[in-house]
Design a protein around this ligand. Sequence first.
Ligand SMILES: NC(=O)c1ccc[n+]([C@@H]2O[C@H](COP(=O)([O-])OP(=O)(O)OC[C@H]3O[C@@H](n4cnc5c(N)ncnc54)[C@H](OP(=O)(O)O)[C@@H]3O)[C@@H](O)[C@H]2O)c1
Length: 307
Amino acid sequence: MAPENGGEPVFLIFGKSGWIGGLVGELLKKGGYKFEYANARLEDRATIVSEIERVKPTHVLNAAGVTGRPNVDWCEDNKVATIRSNVIGCLNLADVTNQMGIHMTYYGTGCIFHYDEDFPEGSGKGFMESDKPNFTGSYYSFTKAIVESLLKEYPNVLTLRVRMPIVADLTYPRNFITKIIKYDKVVDIPNSMTVLPELLPYSIEMAKRKLTGIMNYTNPGAISHNEILQLYKEYIDPEFTWSNFTIEEQAKVIVAPRSNNLLDTKRIESEFPEILSIKDSLIKYVFEPNAKKKTEVLAAVKEMRGR
Ligand SMILES: NC(=O)c1ccc[n+]([C@@H]2O[C@H](COP(=O)([O-])OP(=O)(O)OC[C@H]3O[C@@H](n4cnc5c(N)ncnc54)[C@H](OP(=O)(O)O)[C@@H]3O)[C@@H](O)[C@H]2O)c1
C-alpha cells in the first residue's frame, strides 16, 4: 500500500456530482482532511492513472456509478451504459489502485439479496458478508452483484453494502423516507437500511483503518415501511395516513423487482460497538432533529407531496 505521507491521509473521491460523493466530501472538509474530487470517467483508465499520479492519494473513495434516474428502472433500458460504469469502470479503478498500492473504499449496495426460504422475512437471520448474492432481479442489482464478486479478490478494496440510504432532509428526493412519504401506496417489508449521518463518518474511519473485503454497511436490525411512517406520524404529523399494497400490486407500477432483505451486522458492530440500531438511529439522526422544527418540516413535506 502507498505510504501515508507524514502519516496524513490524502483522499481522492470519485462521484463528485453524486449524492454520497457530495456528502463524503462535506465530511472530509469538516474533518479538516486533505482531499480532492476526481474528474476522470471510470471507464477511462489512462485519465484515472494520471489523476492519481497528480493527486497522490493514500485513499480512493469510489462513490461513482450509475444508479438510474428517476430510479434503477433506467438501467433496464441502458444496459451497456450500466456495464461501462458499474462493472468495467469500477473494476478499472480497483485494478489501478491495486497496481499503485492504494486503498479503495467502494460505496456499493446490499440490494443484491432477497428474503427466501433459507433467509425468511422476520426470522432475524441476516445475510452475511460471505453469502453469495441471491437477487439479480433488476439489471442494476445484477451488475452490482457481479462486480462485488470480482472486487472481493482485490486485496486493497473495501466494499460497503449500502442499503436504502437515509438522511435527515425529509424532502430530499433520494432519501428513502422521502420516497415512502410521497408514494400513494407502500409495501410493508422489514429491511436493513443505512442512516448516512451516522454511518458515513464510519466509512472514512474504515478507510483510514484500511479494512478490506466486504462490509454490510447498515444499522443493526431491520425496520418496515409502516414502522418508519408511524415514527413520522408520531414525531412530525399526527394527521398523516398512508395505504399499503402487496409486492404483486407494487410490481405493476415498477419495471424491475426490488430487493428486500436483512443484512447481518456483526462485522460493522465489531468495528464500531457504539453503532445504533436502525430505529434508534432514525430517531436520533432524523426524527428528533426534524421534530425540533416541526412546523417548517411539515409545510415543506406537504408542499412536496402536493397533499
Ligand atoms: N442512492 C441509493 O439509493 C443507493 C443505495 C445503495 C447503494 N448506492 C450506491 O452508492 C454509490 C453512490 O450512489 P449515489 O446515490 O451517490 O449515486 P448518484 O447520486 O447517482 O451519483 C453517482 C455519481 O457517479 C458518477 N458517475 C456515474 N458513472 C460514472 C462514470 N462512468 N465515471 C465517473 N463518474 C461516474 C456520477 O457522475 P455523472 O453524473 O457525471 O455521471 C455521479 O457523480 C453507487 O455505487 C450506488 O450504487 C446508492
